[in-house]
Design a protein around this ligand. Structure first.
Ligand SMILES: Cc1cc2nc3c(=O)[nH]c(=O)nc-3n(C[C@H](O)[C@H](O)[C@H](O)COP(=O)(O)OP(=O)(O)OC[C@H]3O[C@@H](n4cnc5c(N)ncnc54)[C@H](O)[C@@H]3O)c2cc1C
Length: 409
């Protein structure tokens, strides 16, 4: 029997997990990525969960070197004092590190850059991907791993739209070499949090340039969640010096200097001096608007949705990459177990991953509710929108204690 063929739309982390897993169970797999060249320059730190390492391990890839272990969390007051401490070990990685591992494991000849999907057609014999340049590809299964603005989802479930959460995450990475004094060296080894009213900032070490995890060569990642109204402020920070508004996200080098200066000034006004100094010396600050997304179905005929194309949970649970890995493994193992009954396998994938997606989106929404509520007058905020205690947030944010299995059961 000839091999079954999967078309993967989107060659980022979700697409690459799916590609490697389907290849592992014997499928012929081709990846189509809209962007024209290697994605590894996308720089951002990510928290990980044990399940991410377990999935990578079961895929047969090396997991030893994907990040930097952090043993302790601290919370800093505005005046720089440590208000809370929590001993908890977690591996912090970077988007680029995981991407590199997965990309290098997959045959380059079967990965096509510069291929933007336009639409999908299905018939009794399979599925056809039609690309913007007119090219077509035919397969037994098409995996939509094309992110929160998924074209695949747009074709099949146009009603499933991302919903803006009312805040953005300002982000950046600072080289370890800039942490010079003994106090800064100590801070570098810690997962540092602060919770100014209605906001949240998290800082932790991650692999550095070229995914280097060696001491001295790492980076310190920070993510600062700030309420940002959609119509005025988000529009303003997305507008470049020439007055062109880039929608909800602007290429980082085009963020106006006055916007960056304002963020840095706010850092000195609102954050502990140690954290403000890190924000101040960040070479390239950038932001990402935060969304929730829930798809009502993950399998439609011979098309499945996976990763951020399927569900987006706010990053407070730090689980997007882990979820994409688990989606991909579940898809491949259900297909393998169904021994030829692809429809049954896709139905089981849909049920299992939709349950997990729904629960994790809800959990993340609860953790960010107090930031979202800042755009309402204080009198209109509900009990669930009050700012939780630092102890609670320190325990729950991007937590290693997250019981992923309970969310799936
Ligand atoms: C502020 C922030 C912090 C985060 N922190 C964490 C964390 O700590 N831990 C964690 O696990 N996750 C975190 N995440 C989430 C994580 O980054 C995502 O869940 C993950 O990258 C999703 O991967 P994906 O492959 O599903 O989607 P994406 O990475 O969005 O990839 C989609 C790909 O599809 C391509 N594409 C789009 N349209 C088309 C088309 N029409 N044709 C072909 N290709 C197309 C795109 O170019 C892109 O490469 C965070 C996210 C944010 C915003």
């Amino acid at each position: 029997m000839s091999k079954q063929r999967a078309l993967i739309i989107g060659g980022s982390i979700g697409g690459l997990f799916a590609a490697n897993w389907l290849r592992k169970i014997g499928w012929d797999v081709t990846v189509f990525e809209r962007v024209g060249d290697d994605l590894a320059s996308r720089g951002a730190g990510i928290g990980t969960h044990d399940e991410l390492r377990a999935v990578i391990d079961r895929l047969g890839l090396p997991v030893d070197d994907i990040g930097v272990w952090v043993e302790r969390r601290i919370c800093l007051e505005r005046d720089g004092r440590v208000s809370h401490r929590l001993a908890t070990a977690q591996l912090q990685s970077s988007w680029a590190r995981v991407y590199r591992l997965l990309k290098d494991a997959f045959p380059a000849a079967d990965y096509h850059f510069g291929m933007a999907l336009e639409r999908v057609e299905q018939d009794a014999g399979g599925v056809t991907a039609i690309f913007v340049d007119g090219a077509r590809a035919r397969g037994d299964l098409l995996v939509g791993a094309d992110g929160v603005r998924s074209t695949v989802r747009g074709c099949l479930l146009p009603e499933a739209q991302p919903r803006y959460a009312g805040y953005v995450a300002w982000r950046g990475i600072v080289d370890e070499s800039t942490f010079v004094s003994p106090e800064e060296r100590e801070l570098f080894g810690l997962y540092t949090m602060a919770f100014p009213e209605g906001e949240m900032i998290l800082c932790y070490p991650v692999p550095g340039r070229d995914n280097d995890s060696r001491p001295g060569h790492r980076g310190y990642n920070h993510i600062w969640y700030r309420p940002t109204d959609f119509d005025t402020t988000l529009r303003d920070i997305s507008t470049d010096v020439a007055g062109h508004c880039h929608g909800i996200s602007i290429p980082p080098p085009l963020i106006r200097p006055d916007v960056v200066a304002r963020i840095k000034a706010d850092a000195h006004r609102l954050l502990a001096p140690q954290i403000a100094a890190i924000v101040e010396r960040t070479g390239q600050l950038f932001y990402q608007a935060i969304f929730d997304l829930e798809s009502p179905s993950l399998a439609l005929g011979r098309v499945v949705l996976l990763g951020d194309a399927a569900f987006v949970a706010r990053p407070h649970v730090g689980v997007g990459v882990t979820k994409a890995a688990m989606d991909a493994e579940c898809l491949a193992l259900e297909i393998q177990a169904a021994a030829g009954d692809l429809d049954a396998a896709l139905a089981r994938y849909d049920r299992a991953r939709r349950l997990f997606g729904t629960r994790i989106v809800e959990r993340a929404r609860r953790l960010g509710a107090y930031i979202e509520a800042q755009l309402k007058p204080p009198g209109q905020r509900t009990e669930a929108e009050k700012q939780p205690s630092p102890e609670y947030l320190m325990r729950e944010i991007g937590t290693v204690n997250l019981d992923i299995h309970a969310l799936t059961a």
